[in-house]
Design a protein around this ligand. Structure first.
Ligand code: SF4
Length: 718
């Protein structure tokens, strides 16, 4: 047998961004193992990462992959294979027609944190630079936009100031709204190692659920859903009362502490204990450990971000770090964990409706002018683009007529499925650019464009700690699949011709040429990577910033106490507590939360092909506290209707003390083949997002996927 070829790449699942070594023989990926040289994982992989090669076998490819362009002539008919020329020609003509008849804002692009940075860059430029619409948003809106808004409004830039190595330098880890053990498993292994090496280190865990992550905690604050801001304000109240804040740091490096002090004055331990559902003693203990530890590191994720108060939650936590000077030193700082492999890269290129390349803001006229000059276009339109929820609402209302969806599955993953599916039905043209033919969204496509995926693509991704890694191909693209960036480039070039524009904006022979333009767009910005070439990344992954002439990137930010704001000072957020958008009430008495399982990923288009990944959790269920079950005469395994104001699903019941009383949990992964449901109007739906609310944070526009009021009733027997 011949020796397999080895190719270094990056895991395509979570934001830990582990390095992998792909083994391949000919056209077949035969194995995968952790890259011992990669600084995110040092050779380790979790169950998902270590089974990646099973998702890329010839049999799986034949059964799940979209291998040829397909067109659906009638919405109720099966799609037919067409040529790339035909597919892109049709896409170009229809987009041009919609733009000419209804204006550029009648089209929208919904892209993905699974795309590589180069893919993201081209889509963003295509929408904002060529077409002249800011209607380009991403599933990262459902994932990280509250973290972006939280960092920018306090520290002045969307830049996590910390790194994974900080778990080895901290004395206190505050994990909030993150089941790190399941959602970021290799980072959790590093936390376990750090705790073993330093048993005096304290771990505080704040989360309504008693997940596996709680098992490592010295203190679990099982707060009521959505009460995080009250918890953080209450901790600050105690820190002020006890004299645990750092007056010198506050005076030298921050603004507007007095307004926040006035707000938290009312957040007494009695009130916080009552609203959050925890004891005053536990609250006091958490405040003490956080403030008086030599270094405190906060790790947080969807529990803060997926909220109608997402920006306030992020701001209130960052307030604690600023008030106690737990930032800008090894082992200290607020560290938001990214859910997806390249949510960070998408933010860097400005691949969201309110952002521009190089962490610039669409709302800033100078930033728009800088990007227009870089791209060589007259201007970037000032009209705000539609964010994820707004984009699908606009399509459902008939305002957006052509939708291009790349590498994501909104027919399963977006909240309020009934509206999303209405949008997909009403749009005149739905283009789905995908690697997998099995997603629910494919069923709504007029045109299916087959894309390459992990093991076949080349480019870069950025993980949670600002570290950029190369993604490399181990095997040739199967069938007629094409790379995401090149599909967007070819479409853009054809659209330039169709719209009568000079053909000049998309002269990219390789992804490296896209990367080099992106690098240039960051010159002088907080994330400046002008010094970071592909050649340098081929030696080792690097953190940003890495300016021209730098040998390595920066592990930690703000060590000099200077923040990227006008006066160099950080800004306290005046965070006022607001309850969840849809509180539970007599008719809908349960707080439903959604989240990840350890061994599945998103809509399971990849992990669902690996039998052993069902060994951990084999089927969907709704978790309910045993006392709630007893009170309702329900038992384990009963089929129940879980119903919100938007829809209903039928699912088996599971007794669990992971959830508190009057709370319920359903994993987000299960799609149509596992979890059927109906909308309030009787339309067929599937998955937990038949129930979730589209209500979003007014600042970050991130929807409240972590809370919906539901009722849970035993299903009738047939
Ligand atoms: Fe992949 Fe995340 Fe697991 Fe690492 S921790 S192997 S990046 S899924």
């Amino acid at each position: 047998m011949s020796t397999p070829t080895e190719t270094k790449s990056t895991c395509p699942y979570c934001g830990v961004g582990c390095g992998v070594i792909i083994e391949s023989t000919g056209a077949q990926i035969t194995g995968v193992r952790g890259d011992p040289d990669h600084p995110a994982n040092f050779g380790r992989l979790c169950t998902k990462g270590s089974t990646l090669h099973h998702t890329a076998t010839a049999a799986v490819t034949l059964q799940t992959r979209l291998l040829y362009p397909m067109q659906r002539l009638q919405r109720d008919q099966a799609p037919q294979r067409v040529s790339w020329n035909h597919a892109l020609g049709m896409a170009t003509r229809k987009f041009a027609q919609v733009i000419q008849e209804h204006g550029p804002d009648a089209v929208g692009f919904y892209i993905s944190g699974q795309l590589l940075t180069e893919d993201y860059y081209v889509f963003n430029k295509l929408a904002k630079g060529l077409i002249g619409t800011n209607n380009v948003d991403t599933n990262s809106r459902l994932c990280m936009s509250s973290a972006v808004a939280g960092y920018k409004s306090t520290l002045g830039a969307d830049a996590p100031p910390t790194c994974y190595d900080d778990v080895n330098h901290t004395q206190c880890i505050f994990i909030v709204g993150s089941n790190t053990a399941w959602a970021h498993p290799i980072l959790f292994r590093r936390i376990e190692d750090a705790k073993k090496a330093n048993p005096a280190m304290k771990i505080i865990y704040a989360d309504p659920r008693r997940t596996d992550t709680a098992e490592i905690a010295d203190l679990h604050l099982a707060i009521q859903p959505g009460t995080d801001v009250m918890l953080f304000n209450g901790m600050l109240h105690i820190m002020l009362w006890e004299g645990w804040t750092n007056a010198a740091y506050i005076a030298a490096h921050t603004n507007d502490f007095d307004a926040l002090k006035a707000t938290v004055r009312d957040c007494t331990p009695e009130l916080v204990a009552q609203i959050c559902g925890i004891s005053k003693e536990a609250l006091h203990q958490a405040a003490q450990w956080f403030a008086t530890s030599k270094a405190t590191l906060s790790l947080y994720c969807m529990g803060l971000n997926q909220s109608s108060s997402g920006t306030a939650k992020n701001g209130a936590l960052i307030n604690l770090h600023l008030a106690t000077a737990q930032i800008g030193k090894p082992g200290a700082g607020p560290f938001s964990l990214t859910g997806q492999p390249n949510a960070m890269g998408g933010r860097e290129v400005g691949g969201m409706a309110n952002l521009l390349s190089g962490h610039r803001d669409l709302a800033n006229p100078a930033h728009r002018a800088e990007v227009a000059a870089l791209w060589g276009v007259a201007d970037v339109p000032a009209t705000p683009g539609k964010t994820a929820i707004e984009m699908f609402q606009a399509a459902a209302d008939g305002e957006i007529k052509a939708l291009w969806i790349a590498c994501t599955n909104p027919a399963q993953s977006m909240p309020d499925q009934a509206t999303v599916r209405r949008a997909l039905q009403r749009a005149e043209l739905v283009i789905v650019q995908e690697a997998f033919a099995t997603t629910a969204t494919c069923a709504y496509a007029d045109l299916l464009l087959p894309a390459t995926t992990w093991g076949e693509k080349t480019g870069t991704v950025t993980n949670s700690e600002r570290r950029i890694s190369r993604v490399r191909p181990a095997v040739a693209a199967p069938g007629e699949t094409r790379h995401d960036w090149s599909i967007a480039v070819e479409f853009a070039q054809q659209l330039e011709a169709e719209l009568g524009r000079p053909a000049r904006l998309f002269d990219y022979p390789t992804p490296e040429s896209v990367w080099n333009e992106h690098r240039e767009s960051t010159r002088g910005r907080d994330l400046d990577i002008t010094g970071l070439s592909y050649a340098m990344l081929d030696v080792a992954p690097q953190q940003w910033p890495l300016r021209e002439g730098d040998a390595v990137g920066k592990a930690r930010l703000y060590e000099d106490g200077l923040f990227p704001t006008k006066d160099g000072k950080a800004q306290f957020a005046n965070t006022v507590y607001k309850p969840v958008a849809e509180p539970r009430e007599a008719r809908y008495p349960f707080s439903l939360s959604t989240g990840r399982l350890r061994d599945q990923w998103h809509g399971m288009s990849r992990t669902g092909t690996v039998g052993r990944l069902f060994g951990h959790v084999a089927e969907p269920s709704v978790q309910m506290h045993p006392q709630d079950m007893a009170r309702r005469l329900l038992k384990e395994g009963d089929l129940v209707h879980v119903t919100s104001k938007r829809g209903s699903i039928v699912v088996p019941l599971q007794a669990s003390t992971e959830v508190g009383m009057s709370q319920a949990f359903i994993a987000m992964h299960w799609g149509e083949e596992f979890l059927s449901g109906v909308s309030a109007n009787g339309e067929r739906l599937a998955g937990v997002n038949a129930l979730t609310t589209p209500t979003f944070c007014p600042t970050s526009k991130q929807p409240e996927l972590k809370h919906a009021a539901v009722k849970i009733l035993k299903a009738e027997l047939p």
